[in-house]
Design a protein around this ligand. Structure first.
Ligand SMILES: C[S@@+](CC[C@H](N)C(=O)[O-])C[C@H]1O[C@@H](n2cnc3c(N)ncnc32)[C@H](O)[C@@H]1O
Length: 194
């Protein structure tokens, strides 16, 4: 499992005026805790497991900026996006478990990327994804890429499709460390590597 702290979250939030933080896959809330140190106006996190979501609500009960949404990321992301105002945001897409364990065709990331791509403030926003080992088989230190060629074709499409879609506004940067990261960074940002 990667970590949001791989990225200079607070520095980027201040330097590039990011107003919102949005996460899919809350788990224990550790990424929210990292992001909460930055001056985001709102922090949204989506968790499909209601027990984990309740625990996260308790953990961040003292921070009125934090909203924990319960449910499928693809259903709850639109709720978060509707609560934002088109201001620059940081997205941390980390709900990588398939709906059916082992069924790589039900990963939420492709639909999450479609939803994020429609955000009105996307050109000034950064999109960070974890677990690149699932989606690309080059230069990732940990993780077992699916053997089946059909599945490989399927899972390698989302990041490449997003890269093509954002080619005029963002550069796509990749990191092999841990389970691998991919980030879509606004072209105006002074960032060459992650
Ligand atoms: C790798 S953990 C997230 C770690 C967390 N983002 C962090 O940085 O500390 C993945 C989490 O995603 C949740 N999850 C899996 N599929 C989901 C989905 N379709 N929608 C929302 N949450 C999901 C899991 O229950 C789990 O808590």
């Amino acid at each position: 499992m990667g970590s949001l702290s791989h990225f200079p979250v607070e520095f980027w939030a201040r330097q590039y005026g990011l107003h919102h933080f949005v996460e899919t896959g809350t788990y224990l809330g550790d990424a929210v805790a990292v992001a909460a140190r930055a001056p985001f106006r709102t922090l949204w996190t989506v968790e499909v497991d209601p027990v984990m979501a309740v625990a996260a609500r308790r953990r961040f009960a003292d921070d009125p900026r934090v909203q924990v949404l319960v449910g499928e990321s693809t259903e709850q992301l639109p709720v978060a996006l509707a609560g934002m105002d088109g201001a620059p945001a940081m997205f941390w897409l980390d709900a990588h478990y398939p709906k059916i364990p082992g069924d790589w065709t039900t990963l939420p990331l492709p639909a999450e990327l479609d939803l994020v791509a429609a955000y009105s403030g996307l050109a000034q926003s950064v999109v960070l994804t974890d677990d690149r080992w699932i989606y690309e088989d080059d230069q990732v230190l940990a993780g077992v890429f699916p053997e089946d060629h059909h599945v490989r074709d399927l899972v390698t499409q989302p990041l490449k499709a997003m890269e093509a879609r954002l080619v005029t506004t963002h550069r796509t940067l990749r990191s092999p460390v841990e389970q691998g990261y991919a980030a879509f960074i606004p072209l105006a940002w002074d960032v060459e590597a992650i």
